[in-house]
Design a protein. Sequence first.
Length: 612
Amino acid sequence: MERIKHDLRLSETVTPFGVGAIVDIRGASLIAPDTSWWDKKYASEIHCDRLTDRLGPSVLMEAPTHAGRAAKETKGLLYWRFPEWRFCERCTRLSRTTGKDKGKWVNVCAGCKGALVPMRYVAVCERGSHIQDVPWFQWAHRGHDSGVTETVRHCRAYKDLKFVRSSSHGEGLKSLRVTCVACERSRPLSDLVGSESLKRDGIRCQNRQPWEDEKVGDPCEHNLVAVQRGATSNYIAEHISALDIPEEQPNSVTKADKIRGHMFFEKVVADNRGPQAEMVAGWIASELDITAEEVLAVASDDDDGDDSVLLDLKDGEWAAFLKKLEKPGRDTSEGDFVVDGWRIDSDATTPQPIAEAVSGVGQVRRVREVRALKGFRRHNPDAALISADVGPDARRRPVYPAIEVFGEGIFLRFDENRLTDWENLPAVQARSRLLVERRNAIPWAQRLDVPEPRFIALHTIAHLLIRRLAFASGYSSAALQERIYANSDRPDKTAAILIYTAAGDAQGTLGGLVRLGKPDKLVPLLIAALDDADYCSNDPVCIESDRHGTGSLNLSACHGCSLVSERSCETSNRLLDRQLVLGGHDVKGLLEDVLDEARSGIRIESYGPGSS
C-alpha cells in the first residue's frame, strides 16, 4: 500500500482535523479514525485532573510528535482513505479500490494512467452522525430518467461507470452525470441532492463510520442525505478545555463548610425548619458574620440529602482568579498559573464609569490550558454525539485526543453591584429575553450558555476587545481566545472575562498580550474598542436589527462590528448584542456612559503593532 507522509500541527489533531474529520492531502481524501487505532506506545499521556474529573474515568492522549522532516520510520497517526469511490480526470472512469484489494492502493487509472480524484459527494446520516460512500453503481441504475423508462436491475458491468460532464443536459448539477457505458443508464447529480433522494432509491445508512467494520444487526433508522465532501456540516466537533490552575473552593462552598462545622449546626437540621432552628441559626450567623438565611439554606440542603455542590469547570477558575486579585501587585509565585493583580482607580485618564464597572484586572503572565476532543456530530447539531473513542472494548477507559498549551492573557473582573443594578432594568431584561426564548426553542442551542443580560454584555465586550487587541498585541484575532465567567443563578455569582492566547508549540509566551494588561494601557484600549463598535459599517441596519446569525441568536451584532474568528469564541459567534453594551433607543447599555465621558475630555488612544 502506498503511504502518504504529511505533517500536521499538533493542535490540528484536535481541531480541525481530529477524529472523524475529512482532510484533503496531496490529492487524496482522508478521514481520521478514532483513538482505538492510535499506537499508544508513541503517544504521550497528558495529565489534568480538573478535566478528567468532568469527563469521567478517561485518558487524555497527545498525538506522536517529531522534529525535522518525516522519515519512513517516523511514528504518526493513521488516517483512513475516504471516500473509496474515485474517478479518472482523464478518461472519467469511476472505480472503487480499497486497501484490501490486492494489498495496495493505486492513485492512477488502470486504463489510461490518469490521476484519480475522490468523488465530491458522500452520504451522511441525518441524525446518527454516520458517514459512508454513495453506492454509485447502485444509484446510477435506479430512479427514472428521460431516456430509460424502467429501472435496470440486471446490469453487471461494475467497471463501466463514468463521471461525465455534459453541457447539453443543462447547467449546474444537471450537467454532471454518472453513466453506465454497458447499459447506457445515466443519472444527473441533481437527482442525488434532494432531502429524500437516497431513501427513494432504497439506499440506507450502514450505521457505522468508514474505518469501522460492518455491524451485525439492525441498520440505522435515520435517512441518508448526499452532501459535498468538504461541507462544514460534515464535522461538528465538541471540545472541552480547562485551565490548569490550583482548584480553589468557591466562597459559597467554603462558607457552607464553616456552617456545617459549627457545633450547633446539627440542632438546626434536627428541628427541620422549626422555630428552634431559626433561633439557633441566628446564633451561628452572629458568630460567623453571615445571615441566618444562609445557615437555614445550608441546613435545608443537608436535610434534602444533597450535601455537595455540582461545580462547573469555570467555578474553580473563578475562585482561583479571585484569590490572585485579593493581593494587588506583582505575583512572585512559580508554576503554570501566574497572575499580577491590579485595581482601576478613577483619574485624569480613566473615565469614572470604567473605574466603577471594572473592579479588578489580572495580568496573566503564564497559564496552562488542556484542550480535549470529546467527540463529533455530523450534518445536524442535534445529531447523536460520536465519542472520540469508539473502540470495541467498552470496559477500558476511553482515550480522548488532547493537547496542552501555554499562554498569557488579560483577566477583567466587573463590579457585581453595578452589574446587578443594570441587569435588573426592565428594558435590559426584555431584550435579553429575546435570545433566551430563541435558545430554548432550538434543541441544539440549549447546549449554549443561558443568555442572561450579564453574559450577553460581557461576551460582546470580549469580542470588541479581541478585535482591538489584534491591532495592539502582535497576535492575530484568530490566535486570541475568550473565556466568559458570567452567571447569576449560582451561589457564587461570576462576572469577568479572560482574553488569552496559547500555542501548543511554544513553552511560554511572547509577552505581547500580557504587557497590555496594565491599567494605563488597558483602559485606552477598552475605550478604543467601544469607540470602534459605536459605529458599524452596516448601520443603521445592524444597530436596529434583533435577528442576526444562525437561529437569529445574535441581536445587534455583525461582521462589521462584533464577530471574530469562530475558534476564538466559546459559542461560535452567537449570543452577542451591541445595544446591551453601548445602549439603544430604549435600553441602557452596561458601558453606555464611557464614551460620552471619554469624548468630553479624554483622548481616545489606540495602540498599533509598533507601540509600546
